[in-house]
Unconditional design. Structure first.
Lengths: 478, 688
């Protein structure tokens, strides 16, 4: 039995993960002969950590997904720096830019997405390239360009106040750049946040030195000068970082004649309109899945690996509940589910403390969390996310859930020994209650040392010594 | 009974690996100053004298006749055992007889038990309950450092550390006087406790990380990620003293704290705070306990914690390090001298030809006569009475009917044996099922050595005479060996003689005891192994110059998170995790005989979040049925507001229908063969 030939187009986070998942299920290559084609000349890297590269806490090597010898070690035919020029679906043959060709039994498109650059005058040169001083925020080369220009004290404009734009802005501010974010909507991250949360977030980021021009479009870019906005204002910029959204990379899929909408259409088995061709990650469009995030891509890779290796023929991808987390030092933000719900069937709670950068909103239906925004309450964010993922009923004390550790602990220490119930265990190591101490005292053990000798309180770890002294003092006064 | 007025002797507590110093006058206990307990004792230690006068003491061998255990003479009992063993061996071969030991036995007993199995019985089938305790930490420690000594530094290094991370450890209940050693860290804002429950230990923490059970590995990866991302890696140390960082980081790189948060429920901000606390310390110690180790991925989980410690440059540096909090009294010594399926004395491997030659030389036998690697503890129990499995089992110092996972099945396996022999000092739940019960001495009735959680060798001193009719385990082994045709001199029953032989057997091995003498111990020398000769001062701190791998470097091990063996589902929607309470020790066979401890905690309880209990129709104090795929336990409901809603907790010290281990999952760690005690899927039902 010869191995099936699987060809993966794309060596980004989805393609590299798929290759790993296939080899995890088929270590020796007995079932799948795997070819991976990457257009970029360098190894796959972790796009999620690009903001750490911009922030300067990680270098390019630290965010590589795989060691240099990974492909060789695992028997994967990895071809870097070659593009796919055409796919012949009848012949089941992929033609490459170096003139070679690879035949497949199954083809996987993992071509990812590309940054969308708004048609603002001056951002692109006549030949379509980005103008001097303009960079996207999508890949390692972008990061190098950004880091090269974002010197401490230099003005930088970020076009787009979405998740990635804000992560870039935070990283640049952390490097000492003077950052202005220009965003066409009236509040930040409008897909994930309501206006109230957006305002608190802007306030928090402003405290970190970032300025905002909200509800404004950039009208024109002048290299060496900056951005002219649609209200006539001017945002000086040595560097403009474009983070205005991404588009699924479907050029190849369209050329192949596969059905595409915003992305390549796939079903629960991650099949395109040609059942021998699959698509995963940012280039794919699965019903009910938001693209542009790594979690869905990785889950799709697992399902597809199950199918392609035959490890689990019944595996299906049924969507990923999305939790958006802003990765920006000093800001803790989680948003999930239906944050804009307003209908009467939904139970909606909202707390805000803008001065301290906190905003917490919870949407529940039939006791289950269906949406939340949690800004500045990190432990609540963790707890709510678990409830959302597990679909378990929320605690009946909703406020405690939202406040997290901001709430005083239950059973706070009593102020006076008089307030302690007699059954309260004072010395845990020796199971000595307040009642036993009182009894011992009345029996003549009228000092801390005598109480210890009689009841053994304080003779374990000694952590209760102060409490026992307090009880002795209280009894002495009584 | 024994209680003659006896002179006071300085000895150690019979229970946990802290081995608190105590002074015994007959059965009267007083604490004494010792580095591990600094004069403190918990309720178990204080009341341990009651074991010496308990009315439940066995004083005569028992033999099953017509379904009943009846008194027998020692000669009759030993003759019967030897006759049956000989017949089984003749018919089915040496592996038809198995031996199960314990981490509470003295080092001399562990050593002689291993020798008895390999030489007198010729069986490969020997393992012990330490497999259920520290085996994952031991395997991970060996993998990383080339050698496993639970704590490769004295406990005083913990005392002085300004940051201590406790992963899956609850010493406030399991070894209470130990809390003195983390007080400095707690007071200086540096005590980090990782535990799904808000335990008494967690209550004292500066930072309590409360992961979903079974996700500790992901949490350790998240903290490592934060250490790297925030620039805390000790690059010089990693470059000079370790190998393998790159591969370990490739995996941790995919576990950024926000992703880890979603899996574990631990806030990303708290992971970063843990990283910053550890990195900012002058002296930091990472310690693991059973909570993080007793998983089907326990070895990898401990490796993840060690990777974190290595990235921070802690191991092998004076004042800092990684260690495991060993559980049983002689959990350390018990894992070094040959009662483990793959091991010979001195922490040697039984499949190493040089080790076999050395030990066979000391024993005066042909190296080729020694058996090879046998089954691990659960696999051994699971094979009992099956086709090709052992048909007889000798149990020393263990109560597997209560302490083994999937306990109902283990009891069935014991019933399928042709012969079950249990040596114990009381009629434990396992002894009740035996064909022959042998009454043996207990801690204060004999001399012996133990090795505590620090790797410090201790002398246990006889303070009372055993009751009439009771023999030491050493004497039992000698009596059986002779009946099986061994020369008597090969099985001495004097502990000092056994120790002298053990010294020779361990010489040159990783755990080298050859320089330790009873005289040095009695003189109060603080001896930490290895002690390769009598002039050697011992080794309080290991790895200061180099690690025990041939290249002298510690190894990062690339490990990834995959989650528990049994995920929750609609039928079994809750996670059950098991553990301990302060008042009881292990299977409770001893502590359930002490009236004061039973008064304090008489029965099993199940900790449940109030909302979870309400949904199951349960209230505080009600009896619940906790049901897993393997069995059901009845337990009294205790509502705990700080509990995770998805998790219930049961202590495992109780017998019969209250056994938490009726529920547990025997999925085994591929390396350590540790069962998954800490996670299984259950549901709650109202008792009707």
């Amino acid at each position: 039995m010869s191995a099936r030939r699987v060809v993966v187009v794309g060596y980004g986070m989805a393609g590299a993960r798929l290759a790993e998942e296939i080899r995890r299920r088929d270590r020796t290559g007995e079932r799948v002969a795997l070819t991976v084609i990457g257009a970029e000349p360098h190894a796959a890297y972790n796009r999620v950590l690009l903001s750490a590269v911009v922030a300067g806490t990680m270098d390019a090597d630290a965010i590589r997904l795989q060691d240099a010898d990974w492909a060789e070690r695992t028997g994967v035919d990895l071809r870097l720096g070659v593009a796919v020029t055409a796919v012949d679906r009848d012949e089941r043959r992929v033609r490459l830019s170096d003139g070679s060709a690879v035949d497949y039994d199954a083809l996987v498109l993992a071509t990812g997405s590309t940054a969308w650059v708004p048609p603002t005058e001056g951002l692109r040169t006549e030949d379509g390239a980005l103008a001097e001083g303009v960079a996207c925020f999508r890949d390692l080369d972008d990061c190098a360009a950004i880091v090269g220009r974002a010197r401490p004290g230099a003005p930088v404009a970020v076009l787009g106040g979405g998740l990635l734009g804000l992560e870039a802005a935070r990283g640049l501010a952390g490097r000492g750049a003077l950052v202005t974010v220009v965003h066409p909507v009236g509040h930040l991250m409008e897909r994930q946040l309501d206006p109230g949360a957006g305002a608190v977030l802007a306030r928090t980021l402003a405290g970190l030195g970032i300025e905002f021009r909200l509800g404004r479009l950039a009208a024109r870019y002048v290299p060496g000068d900056g951005l002219k906005l649609d209200d006539g204002a001017h945002a000086p910029a040595d560097l403009v970082v474009v983070s205005a959204g991404v588009r699924a990379e479907t050029t190849l899929a369209e050329a192949m004649g596969l059905e595409c909408d915003r992305g390549v259409l796939v079903d629960d088995a991650l099949r395109t309109s040609d059942p021998r061709v699959h698509a995963i990650g940012d280039c794919a469009q699965h019903p009910g899945t938001v693209s542009g995030l790594v979690q869905p891509a990785w889950e799709q890779a697992e399902v597809l690996a199950d199918l392609l290796t035959g490890a689990a023929p019944a595996a299906r991808y049924r969507g990923t509940p999305v939790v958006t987390r802003l990765k920006a030092r000093g800001v803790d933000l989680a948003a999930l589910g239906e944050v804009h719900a307003e209908d009467a069937d939904a139970e909606i709670l909202c707390l805000q403390d803008a001065t301290r950068g906190r905003y917490a909103k919870l949407v529940l239906r039939e006791d289950r969390v269906t949406g939340a925004i949690l800004l500045g309450v990190p432990d609540a964010a963790a707890a709510v996310t678990q409830l959302y993922d597990a679909k378990t009923p929320a605690p009946s004390d909703r406020l405690a859930l939202l406040l997290g550790r901001a709430l005083p602990a239950a059973g706070a220490p009593a102020h006076s020994p008089a307030d302690l119930p007699a059954t309260a265990v004072v010395c845990r190591c020796n199971t000595v209650s307040k009642g036993q101490l009182v009894k011992a005292w009345r029996g003549g053990a009228c000092s801390v040392a005598d109480l210890a000798a009689t009841t053994r309180a304080t003779t374990g770890c000694g952590g209760c010594a102060e409490a026992v002294r307090g009880i002795a003092d209280w009894l002495a006064k009584a | 009974m024994t209680n003659v007025a006896a002179p006071a002797v300085d000895t150690h507590c019979p229970y946990c690996a802290l081995q608190c110093g105590m002074r015994l006058s007959g059965a009267r206990v007083e604490p004494r100053e010792f580095p591990t307990n600094r004069g403190g004792l918990c309720q178990k230690g204080w009341t341990s004298g009651a074991l010496l006068t308990t009315a439940h003491r066995l004083t005569t061998p028992l033999v099953r006749v017509g379904g009943e255990l009846v008194s027998a003479s020692w000669d009759d009992a030993l003759d019967l055992i030897a006759r049956k063993l000989s017949a089984l061996r003749a018919e089915h071969g040496p592996d038809s007889v198995a031996v199960f030991g314990g981490g509470g036995l003295t080092t001399e007993k562990c050593y002689l038990l291993g020798k008895f199995a390999r030489v007198a019985l010729g069986t490969s089938q020997i393992d012990y309950n330490g497999r259920f305790c520290m085996s994952s930490a031991a395997a991970a420690g060996t993998r990383a450092f080339g050698l496993d000594r639970g704590m490769p530094f004295p406990i005083t290094d913990v005392t002085r550390a300004d940051v201590v991370l406790l992963a899956g450890a609850n010493p406030a209940e399991t070894m209470p006087p130990f809390l003195q050693h983390v007080r400095n860290a707690a007071n200086s804002g540096g005590l980090i406790v990782v535990d799904p429950r808000r335990t008494p230990t967690a209550e004292q923490a500066t930072l309590h990380l409360q992961p979903r059970p079974g996700t500790d590995l992901a949490l350790a990866l998240g903290i490592l990620h934060a250490v790297v991302a925030d620039g805390h890696v000790r690059g010089d140390y990693v470059a000079e003293r370790t190998t393998g960082f790159e591969a370990a980081w490739r995996i941790a790189a995919a576990w950024w704290p926000e992703r880890v948060e979603r899996v574990t429920g631990v806030a990303a901000a708290d992971q970063r705070r843990a990283a910053a606390l550890l990195a900012g310390a002058d002296r930091a110690v990472v310690l693991t306990g059973r909570g993080t180790e007793q998983h089907a991925r326990g070895t990898d989980t401990v490796s993840a914690w060690i990777n974190l410690a290595l990235a921070l440059g802690l191991p092998g540096v004076a004042g800092s390090g990684y260690g495991c909090l060993t559980g049983q009294g002689n959990g350390q010594g018990g894992r070094e001298h040959g009662q483990k399926a793959d091991q010979l004395p001195g922490y040697r491997r039984i499949d190493d030809p040089a080790a076999r030659a050395h030990v066979a030389g000391v024993w005066g036998v042909d190296p080729d006569s020694l058996p090879g690697v046998g089954r691990s503890a659960y696999e051994l129990l699971d094979a009992l009475g099956t086709e090709g499995g052992p048909k007889a089992l000798l149990v020393f110092g263990s109560n597997v009917v209560v302490s083994a996972p999937r306990a109902g099945h283990v009891a069935d396996r014991l019933s399928a044996l042709d012969l079950l022999v249990v040596a114990d000092f009381v009629l434990s739940e396992t002894a009740r099922r035996a064909d022959v019960v042998l009454p043996v001495t207990q801690w204060a009735e004999e001399d012996g050595t133990l090795t505590n959680l620090e790797g410090r060798i201790l002398r246990r001193v006889k303070s009372v005479d055993p009751p009439d009719g009771v023999r030491s385990d050493l004497s039992v082994l000698r009596g059986l060996a002779v009946r099986l045709g061994q020369p008597a001199h090969r099985f001495p029953d004097d502990p000092d003689e056994v120790f002298a032989e053990l010294r020779r057997a361990s010489r040159g091995g990783p755990a080298d005891y050859s320089g330790i003498t009873p005289e040095r111990l009695s003189a109060g020398e603080e001896l930490f192994w290895p002690v390769p000769d009598e002039d050697h001062p011992g080794t309080p701190r290991m790895f200061l110059d180099s690690f025990a791998h041939p290249d002298g470097r510690a190894r990062f091990v690339p490990v990834d998170h995959s989650g528990p063996a049994e995920p929750v589902d609609d039928e079994y929607p809750l996670i059950a995790t098991t553990g301990r309470v302060l008042q009881h020790y292990q299977s409770g066979a001893q502590t359930r005989l002490v009236p004061e401890l039973v008064d304090a905690v008489p029965e099993v309880h199940v900790e449940v979040h109030p909302d979870t209990a309400a949904r199951a129709g349960l209230v505080e104090g009600a009896w619940a049925r906790v049901v897993s795929r393997r069995g059901a336990t009845r337990a009294r409901v205790r509502l705990v507001a700080s509990a995770r809603q998805d998790t219930v907790f049961l202590p495992f010290h109780f017998p019969g229908a209250q056994r938490a281990n009726l529920l547990t999952n025997p999925a085994l760690d591929p390396t350590s063969r540790m069962p998954e005690f800490k996670v299984c899927a259950v549901r709650l039902e109202v008792m009707t």
